[in-house]
Design a protein around this ligand. Structure first.
Ligand SMILES: *[C@@H]1O[C@H](CO)[C@@H](O)[C@H](O)[C@H]1NC(C)=O
Ligand SMILES: *[C@@H]1O[C@H](CO)[C@@H](O)[C@H](O)[C@H]1NC(C)=O
Length: 171
């Protein structure tokens, strides 16, 4: 009797261990499909809200981080624009500000699209938004080079929106 009791406890522990590892695998499964794995893992593993979250919960987290990153990029570009007198940089930053404002407006609609389960709309909007940081970067193909801070903000935002595109397939 005692043996079967111990066995039952053992089984319960193994099953809950297995379930916990399966949840860990979900993040691996998602991040392995993304372009910038470092951004994906950072966004999903480091956020305390992601613990045990289902794909819908992970999506809400990534949308939230994308909004914050888009706002951060807008503010960064505004600061860079105010801080330069170089006409070439002024025009590039003005274009970039347009890009990040557009990305930010699109990302701002995503929480509602998620709530209403409009996954097609979510995916279409993410595909539109992900082009904006790249369009900004393309202004810097000719020198002067893009400042590393801006390049990083752009890579992060692009990486996060790519996670949204991958995650849509899990909803
Ligand atoms: C941007 O996203 C990253 C995750 O990739 C996050 O760690 C960071 O806090 C975000 N930046 C801002 C300004 O919210
Ligand atoms: C964003 O989603 C809405 C609602 O589904 C849709 O009407 C709109 O066309 C989408 N925007 C883009 C750029 O795909």
């Amino acid at each position: 009797m005692a043996h079967s009791y111990n066995f039952a406890i053992f089984m319960i522990l193994s099953i809950s261990f297995t379930l916990t590892s399966v949840k860990g695998d979900l993040i691996d499964e998602i991040c392995s499909k993304t372009d910038v794995k470092k951004v994906c893992y950072y966004a999903l593993r480091e956020d305390p809200r992601s613990k045990g979250a289902k794909p819908e919960g992970l999506m809400a987290i990534v949308i939230d981080l994308s909004q914050k990153n888009a706002t951060f990029a807008c503010n960064l570009v505004s600061t860079l624009l105010k801080g330069t007198t170089d006409p070439k940089l002024k025009s590039r930053y003005t274009l970039c500000l347009g890009n990040y404002n557009k990305a930010s407006d699109i990302v701002a609609k995503m929480p509602d699209l998620l709530k209403s389960k409009d996954y097609y709309g979510l995916s279409a909007n993410a595909s539109a938004a992900i082009r904006e940081p790249s369009t900004c970067d393309n202004n810097f193909i000719e020198p002067p080079v893009e400042v590393p801070k801006l390049r990083e903000a752009s890579d992060n935002l692009r990486g996060l929106i790519d996670v949204i595109l991958v995650l849509v397939g899990f909803l």
